[in-house]
Design a binder for this molecule. Structure first.
Ligand code: FE2
Length: 232
């Protein structure tokens, strides 16, 4: 079982993964503003949330992971290189998480941030802001590195089976799903581009600073609950 959820303010795509044998579930990239709707949905579906996972420390919204941990006793997981000390799992490349007998494979895809991770689950991969539909995450802040991004996408994600469904962390154009072969063949930043060409493209995007970055990044390093340590 699977649900794709959309948070309109930051255009964030959140995913609910459920093993229908055990009803164990994971959320990928939950947003704080949607906390109540997640709790309602989990109750309606009748699943037990086991993990709340982040593809990276986000700059444009605050995660609901810490609040889900407080309310539902879930295990939070973030890439070890994200500097999110309060996360229960400091995820590394090759880690495997389980929902019942189903596996979630952790693939390190640094570049957008040094700790960016993708999660491969059955026939689909959750790419966060590494690979977007006909795009990719920016690499001009939070320790981003365009060369690393190119290597992560071309050597780790584009080497997955072409039919693997690509579910990104954001989409700003109303798109919701792609697949590896489509991105390999048509992604305008990557298809047919050399590493040097890609680095040049990424260096010239001239994007504005994200509105929430100064608030969101420190909060997300604490799973979105900055006062949690003081609360014990
Ligand atoms: Fe991001």
């Amino acid at each position: 079982m699977f649900k794709q959820l959309f948070e309109p303010v930051s255009s964030t795509l959140t995913y609910l993964l459920i093993d229908d044998q055990t009803m164990e579930a994971a959320l990928v990239d939950p947003v704080d503003k949607q906390l109540e709707s997640y709790v309602k949905l989990l109750r309606a579906v009748g699943c037990k949330l086991k993990y709340s996972l982040e593809t990276h420390v986000h700059a444009d919204h605050i995660t609901a992971s810490g609040m889900l941990r407080q309310q539902l006793d879930v295990v939070t997981g973030v890439g070890a290189a994200c500097g999110a000390q309060s996360a229960d799992l400091q995820l590394k490349d090759g880690d495997v998480l389980h929902l019942g007998r189903q596996a979630i494979y952790v693939i390190a895809t640094p570049g957008h941030t040094p700790g960016s991770m993708s999660f491969l689950w059955n026939d689909r991969v959750f790419t966060g802001d590494a690979l977007l539909i006909n795009g990719c995450g920016r690499t001009d802040f939070q320790g981003g590195d365009a060369g690393e991004q190119y290597d992560s996408i071309t050597k780790r994600l584009f080497t997955l089976s072409g039919e693997t469904l690509v579910y990104p962390g954001h989409d700003y154009n109303g798109k919701r799903v792609s697949c590896i072969s489509q991105e390999r063949d048509t992604n305008s930043r990557l298809a047919g581009k050399t590493r040097e060409e890609f680095i040049g493209i990424m260096a010239n995007l001239n994007l504005p600073k994200p509105r929430m970055i100064d608030l969101a990044v420190p909060a997300n390093r604490m799973c979105g609950v900055p006062d949690e340590t003081q609360q014990g």
